[in-house]
Design a binder for this molecule. Structure first.
Ligand code: ZN
Length: 187
């Protein structure tokens, strides 16, 4: 798999396809093919959505709108009006529709249908029962927002690999430094 799905909702994973937004942003949608593979790997479609460069451009606009809303929600800020319109307009268009076949089910879609489904997930996660559980990863470099369904809402990072491991290693190093300092001043 090329993309990660650790946030607990496809719209959150979609927003997280710019990694490390604050430090050195890394764009996961570098080509129409990478958007194609995201739609497939997310399980939103079975086959190929045949994304063109124009679809990618549109996807990036919708993704940034979703991120803006998600970030505002976590920060306790109001929604940006443009972002709200973009996500709502996208959700208003027809979504991905599964089709029953003699052997099971097939889910094919155009890029726009797939984006509509992502936008609907965004609306659901921002206004549904998971909304109070949204959290930004404690690894400052990460910038992923995830749903914390852990008991007592004590999860601190999006995933153990790499963020949890990184944070634990950093905490360990900080403790070591303090120990060293303490023993140096004790002498
Ligand atoms: Zn993280």
């Amino acid at each position: 798999m090329k993309h990660s799905f650790v946030c607990g909702n496809p719209a959150l994973d979609f927003a997280a396809t710019v990694r490390s937004r604050l430090e050195t942003p890394l764009e996961m949608f570098s080509s129409p093919e990478s958007l194609n593979s995201w739609f497939r790997e997310s399980g939103i479609v079975d086959g190929d959505t045949n994304c063109e460069p124009a679809d990618l451009e549109q996807a990036l606009v919708i993704r940034e709108a979703i991120y803006s809303l998600v970030h505002a929600k976590v920060a306790g800020d109001g929604y940006d009006g443009d972002a709200l319109s973009i996500v709502n307009d996208t959700a208003r268009t027809p979504p991905v529709t599964p089709q029953l076949t003699p052997n099971g089910r097939v889910t094919e879609a155009t890029p726009m249908e797939a984006l509509s489904t992502v936008a609907r997930h965004a609306i659901e996660v921002l206004s549904g029962s998971d909304a109070p559980l949204l959290k930004e990863c404690a690894n400052h470099e990460c910038t992923r927002v995830y749903i914390d369904r852990s008991r007592g809402a004590r999860r601190e990072w999006c995933a153990m690999d790499p963020c949890g491991n990184k944070m634990k290693a950093a905490a360990y190093r900080a403790r070591k430094r303090e120990d060293k300092l303490a023993s140096a001043t004790a002498k």
